[in-house]
Design a binder for this molecule. Sequence first.
Ligand code: ZN
Length: 159
Amino acid sequence: MIEQNKVVSLNYTVKDDAGQVIDTSEGGDPLTYLHGHKNIIPGLEGALSGKAAGEEFDVTVQPEEAYGEYREEMVQVVPRSAFEGVESVEPGMVFTAQTQGGPLQLTVTGVEGDDITVDPNHPLAGKVLHFTGSVESVREASAEELEHGHVHGAGGHDH
Ligand SMILES: [Zn+2]
């Protein structure tokens, strides 16, 4: 049964409100994570607690339990000179900026002359997410996995 400190493998598909597939494990490896260590979004982790291998799930997660609300005030316009060394800045490009709070991913959402609009919101911020799938396996975590707070081996960290 899924509970704190278990290693869980999931087959899953996540869709947005419009039914568009955002991500899926279909055709690839299952998602493997350490339960209770914030390895996955809290809304999904909470809903999976108590489920057993072979059980199916169908979970709707609100933004505050997923990637947070979309914060319009975080969108900024920066000068093109901030992108020194980049030949052509195009909408959709993703850059990593070094900030005091650590690395931050910025998506370019607009280019107008020398004004570049960048959006630091997570691409899934503000979205309601619908997860469906099944629990493939549940196992005990090793002492080393618990110490690291993540899964090792198949589907996990390789180090
Ligand atoms: Zn590790």
